[in-house]
Design a protein around this ligand. Structure first.
Ligand SMILES: [Fe+2]
Length: 485
């Protein structure tokens, strides 16, 4: 058996995926096993679990570590050479290591999950790869992909967004999604205009490597956080559209594949949807690249349930009973999702018709009360609740876009302050949640459930049933393969 491991590690959010004959057997972030959010390193629990699929005959590292070392040398004047073989030997893994390229691994991960296989534009945007922070690709087919444009670090749109995340007191490389949520509360265009002066065309002219705290006074930041967030969001949206429009015009393509950590910005993604046919890889950050680098040519990944298998739940009606009495229920079912979004296997589900359920779920998770929740909806009903602008419901399977809700009073718990929702359409390709939603619809008339990740603030998604112990003093029930606990 030709068992290939793809590894992304030692930057942020390490991950390991396993392919055999170009089919993915397993993929997981390291954090799910170490229980350390965004863990940059592999760990023994993950590696031991991976070895159950057989020892690897070959390992592909997601990027070129020599080029990475060179970047550090140019930045700090110090050479930090990195040896993947030595690192893997510390886990008793001794197999031939090949090296990919950072942005190509991002791109391939997206391509292997994409309905578009030829004649499309590939766009990768992150904080930095080896040197690239943006790369644009002409994908004629899987054998002919040409990089036609790039930006080199520290000219980086992703790094700019992270620097603003840091500026308002959030954690860069982790809390960017909170900054995006805060932008909805912004009122003035002032900071958009302020940040704009640091951009020329789509190029970021300020060096964001060590943050941008000197740009504004502490007092100004403190009283204008949401407006600052809005300014950064508008800049990102503007630049993304500028880049995509420019290269769509140049290549004549109307299909776009987007990857890189910035592709998690669902508000900007939604604007892109109005410009082109779009595919966005559901795990577009560096962790997802572990998938792209270990596959080749004709691989096609069907779904993102690729992680640890916690066993299947049998009693679906029992889950609905709990939802009707308590309004909320946890789920630990089957294989965990590979990616940041809970798609129904490691979820907290709740009744979206109850306005106050939002506070209850926020309390369970221990997170800020302003944070919105997403709706999971039966695919066939999406047009009854959301303005899809004629786009196929298939676009919305992975919560990568926001849609305007047309019936906010029916499902108040899943509508953001700006009237939008980060929608997840559910069909037969997600059989567990699809069956559950169908029973929920039969019993309540409502085809929507609130769906959020099963984790405590600051912790990764629950992986195994035993991880539920992280919810100390737990006040909600969780459906598992061991029954309702
Ligand atoms: Fe990246």
């Amino acid at each position: 058996m030709d068992i290939v491991w793809g590894i992304s590690a030692l930057f942020h959010d390490a991950a390991l995926s396993i392919a055999c004959n170009n089919e993915v057997l397993f993929a997981s972030s390291a954090e799910r096993f170490s229980r350390l959010k965004n863990d940059a390193s592999l760990n023994t629990r993950l590696v031991d679990h991976a070895l159950q699929f057989g020892a690897p005959s070959r390992i592909v590292w997601y990027e070129n570590t020599f080029k990475r070392s060179l970047r550090y040398l140019l930045k700090d004047g110090r050479l930090k050479l990195f040896n993947a073989n030595k690192y893997l030997k510390s886990f008793n893994i001794d197999a031939k290591v090949e090296y990919g390229s950072h942005h190509k691994s991002h791109l391939l991960s997206a391509l292997y999950t994409s309905p578009f296989q030829s004649n499309c534009l590939g766009v990768v945007i992150d904080s930095v790869g080896e040197f690239d922070s943006l790369s644009v690709w002409d994908i004629k087919n899987k054998d002919c992909m040409t990089k036609i444009h790039s930006h080199a670090y520290p000219d980086s749109l992703g790094l700019f967004y992270s620097a603003v995340t840091d500026l308002v007191g959030l954690k860069p490389q982790e809390d960017e999604y909170i900054l995006m949520g805060m932008a909805s509360y912004g009122k003035t265009d002032y900071y958009h205009r302020f940040f704009k002066q640091f951009f020329y065309e789509e190029h970021c002219l300020i060096d964001c490597r060590r943050g941008i705290k000197g740009l504004l006074s502490e007092r100004e930041i403190h009283s204008n956080k949401c407006d600052i967030a809005l300014g950064a969001q508008k800049i990102y949206e503007e630049m993304l559209l500028r880049i995509v429009r420019k290269f769509m015009k140049k290549t004549g393509y109307d299909k776009v594949i987007l990857s890189g950590g910035c592709a998690l910005n669902c508000k900007a993604n939604t604007l892109l949807l109005n410009e082109a046919h779009v595919h966005i890889f559901p795990n577009p950050g560096d962790a997802g690249s572990a998938l792209g680098c270990c596959l080749s040519d004709h691989a096609h990944v069907q779904n993102m349930f690729l992680g640890y298998d916690a066993g299947s739940i049998e009693d679906l009606n029992g889950i609905i009973d709990v939802l009707l009495t308590d309004g909320v229920v946890g789920i630990v079912n089957g294989k965990a999702e590979f990616g940041p979004r809970a798609l129904g296997h490691r979820s907290i589900l709740a009744d979206p018709r109850r306005r106050n359920i939002r506070d209850k779920v926020n309390n369970i998770k221990g997170r800020e009360l302003f944070r919105p929740f997403a709706p999971a909806i039966l695919r066939e009903f999406v047009d009854e609740y959301f303005d899809t602008k004629g786009h196929s419901p298939d676009n919305f399977k992975y919560m990568q876009y926001v849609l305007h809700c047309t019936r906010p009073h029916s499902i108040p718990a899943v509508v953001h302050v700006d009237g939008t929702s980060r929608v997840q359409t559910v069909d037969g390709t997600n059989p567990f949640l699809y069956s559950l939603l169908k029973i929920w619809k039969e019993r309540t008339g409502c085809p929507v459930l609130l769906n959020t990740s099963l984790n405590k603030k600051g912790k990764p998604l629950v992986n195994a049933i035993d991880d539920l112990s992280e919810f100390t003093d737990r006040h909600f029930r969780v459906a598992t393969s061991r029954g309702m606990i």
